[in-house]
Design a protein around this ligand. Structure first.
Ligand code: EPZ
Length: 420
């Protein structure tokens, strides 16, 4: 258990480089086993989810070395094609290994990832995509068992633009004979970063970032070097923190075009935002007005992962802010917890209504998931007094030294491990 202590009332100021993207590095780490090769990744954030993924790579027989923000993976000694429940249960997004192990080994066995705090996390679209490529996929005793040493290129039509299913299809298609076309593919920047890595690895791949991705072959290279994309959600979270607390911060190592929808909402709320290539500056007096209604959508729509931190920034905004969460069925746990600070929150199904209040007052909070925990930190920056956030290691899953980053910008924040 980690306890975060945040004393509100301090404006933020200064310049900060944004971490590498969690949701870009995880699929690329899985892709590093597609062929016997050495991969050097730079700009890798130090996150719990990354550490668990490195444990999975070692479990499969790869050698993995980390030095600062660089990770070197040698997948030539890979010997395993199974991931046990003990590892899968720690990181549901490890289902992305399914396509990679199947492509490399011709078979794969993973324990079915459970649901998570956001609600059920089905993988039916992942499995259908692999079946379309000719894999035999069965479920047995909580495991997913895939066989397919002769995958064939196919048209994979995704009923919804699932990020993970798109990534699994891309990885498995690298081992398929013939051309694969993925239709209704997710368009997230992290998918484009995966394509960039796969092309460097020797895959003939195009279309990432659009709704149609083509995979036409794979001639593996022995060595790949790749710099991880900056984390657009970590950047959005820091902007929301400054909007809530007030201040003037500049973020570097960012692609502003990757989170335009979040910046649009913050501008509507009264923040001044200036973007240049690779940097974003946000100025706020901390007294916001309710932005236009926010509806989460697949990219390039408003990102579901930024809904919690933006909600936290709007708790004192004059007027009523309306959120509609269309991606996950249970992504308002933080909203109910924020009431303990005095926030005026009401939930009706997928819609959350936030009526701005004059003041927020510190109260003990419990983080229930990664982005909800980050939202509590954002809200606590604008609350009077010292808020304690009790966190079962959710926040560190996706934020690299967030307390150091916010403290460097002037926040009064610390975090300590509490004995369980
Ligand atoms: C990725 O999750 C991200 N995680 C999530 O970020 C992000 O919120 C999500 O995409 C949406 O952008 C990683 O990249 C590691 P989906 P993923 O498949 O791939 C349903 C964070 O905080 N669905 O696009 O699991 C699913 O239930 C995390 O960093 C099926 O029904 O998301 C959801 O309602 C949270 N069947 C919707 O699709 C499937 O087989 C979108 O899920 C797969 C998904």
């Amino acid at each position: 258990m980690t306890i975060w202590r945040v004393t509100g009332g301090r404006r933020l100021s200064g310049e900060l480089a944004v971490q590498g993207s969690k949701n870009a590095v995880l699929p690329i780490l899985a892709a590093s086993i597609l062929a016997p090769c050495e991969t050097l990744l730079t700009g890798v954030p130090d996150l719990r989810d990354v550490r668990i993924t490195l444990r999975i790579l070692r479990h499969l027989g790869c050698t993995v070395e980390r030095e600062g923000d660089q990770i070197r993976i040698d997948s030539r000694p890979l010997s395993g094609c199974e991931i046990p429940h003990s590892l899968m249960r720690e990181l549901r997004s490890s289902v992305i290994f399914l396509g990679a192990i199947l492509a490399r080994c011709g078979q794969a066995r993973l324990s079915l990832p459970g649901g998570c705090e956001l609600g059920p996390r089905p993988v039916d679209l992942h499995l259908e995509a692999l079946r379309a490529l000719g894999a035999d996929v069965t479920e047995q005793g909580g495991d997913i068992i895939c066989k397919g040493s002769d995958l064939r290129g196919a048209r994979v039509i995704l009923p919804i633009p699932s990020v993970g299913a798109t990534e699994n299809a891309m990885l498995a298609a690298c081992a398929a004979r013939g051309v694969t076309v993925i239709s209704n593919a997710a368009r997230e920047p992290e998918i484009v970063d995966l394509q960039k890595y796969l092309r460097a690895l020797g895959a003939r791949l195009s279309g990432a970032g659009s709704a149609e991705i083509r995979v036409e072959g794979f001639a593996p290279a022995p060595f790949v070097r790749h710099r991880i994309l900056p984390d657009r959600i970590a950047a959005a979270t820091l902007l929301c923190a400054c909007a809530a607390a007030g201040g003037d911060i500049t973020l570097t190592n960012v692609f502003p075009s990757h989170f335009l929808t979040v910046m649009d909402s913050l501008s509507e709320a009264g923040c001044d935002i200036i973007t240049k290539s690779g940097t974003v500056t946000l100025r706020s007096d901390g007294r916001l007005i309710a932005p236009r209604p926010i509806v989460t959508r697949p990219y390039p729509g408003f990102p579901t992962d930024a809904q919690p931190p933006l909600m936290a920034a709007c708790l004192r905004a004059r007027g009523t802010t309306v959120f509609t969460e269309t991606i996950f069925s249970n992504r308002y746990r933080h909203a109910l917890e924020l009431r303990r600070l005095g926030a005026d929150v009401s939930i009706e199904g997928r819609v959350a209504f936030i009526s701005g209040v004059e003041r927020l007052t510190a109260a003990p909070l419990t983080a229930g998931d990664l982005r909800g925990g980050a939202a509590m930190i954002v809200a606590a920056l604008a609350a009077e007094g010292t808020t304690e956030i009790f966190d079962e290691e959710h926040i560190r899953r996706g934020y690299d030294r967030l307390e150091q980053q916010l403290a460097a910008l002037g926040a009064d924040i610390s975090c300590d491990r509490a004995s369980n």
